[in-house]
Design a protein around this ligand. Structure first.
Ligand code: FMN
Length: 176
């Protein structure tokens, strides 16, 4: 069931335990579409959203991220789907390439919650695809374009209670 916009923005939380259940295609597509409508510099829609849902491919990304992190644990908390937000040459400049990807990522996270899914922003995407192993993976998947890792997302149905947010810091907002 879809949630109201303000409810989504205030209540979306990072989910760190996922059910193995697959995400129905229409639900996933709705989330992805929301990602494509994120604001981007000069409206150039510079990022690419790479959807990884085949179990073997998901495990490869999990292993790669764990390698960067230097652990054996799954950095994606058992999520059945991983979204990779990658920067392309379409961005106005280097800085905007990163900002565009962050913008898309936030839309994806909020849309996921709106569609009843859990999600978590997962770091180390830049390092994953700077590594030869990461570049090789993209080649294996038939992606020849020069893509750089920026953000990644663990996506699936939450296998935990909705976390309670910590209080917002003082002076978060300054009105002048
Ligand atoms: C740039 C960035 C990197 C993050 N990397 C990770 C990560 O690698 N692993 C993780 O569990 N959470 C990661 N998070 C999620 C944050 O820890 C989480 O959003 C934060 O604690 C606030 O919680 P909330 O999203 O529930 O409000 C990341 C968030 C951001 C914005």
């Amino acid at each position: 069931m879809k949630k109201e916009a303000m409810e989504v923005l205030l209540n979306r939380r990072a989910i760190r335990k996922f059910k193995p259940d697959a995400i129905p295609a229409d639900v996933l597509d709705a989330v992805l579409e929301a990602g494509t409508f994120a604001p981007t510099g000069s409206g150039r829609q510079s990022p690419v959203i790479l959807v990884v849902q085949d179990e073997e491919k998901v495990n490869k990304v999990k292993k790669l991220n764990a390698k960067v992190m230097g652990t054996d644990r799954d950095p994606y908390y058992g999520a059945p789907v991983i979204l990779l937000v990658l920067a392309t040459e379409r961005a106005v400049n280097e800085e905007i390439a990163i900002l565009d990807s962050a913008s898309v990522t936030v839309n994806l996270l909020n849309a996921a919650y709106a569609m009843g899914l859990g999600s978590c922003w997962i770091h180390r995407c830049k390092e994953m695809f700077a590594m030869e192993e990461g570049k090789q993976l993209l080649k294996e998947w038939g992606i020849e374009e020069n893509l750089r890792g920026v953000c990644s997302i663990a996506l699936g149905y939450a296998d935990c209670e909705q976390p309670t947010p910590i209080p917002r810091k003082e002076n978060y907002i300054i009105k002048v």
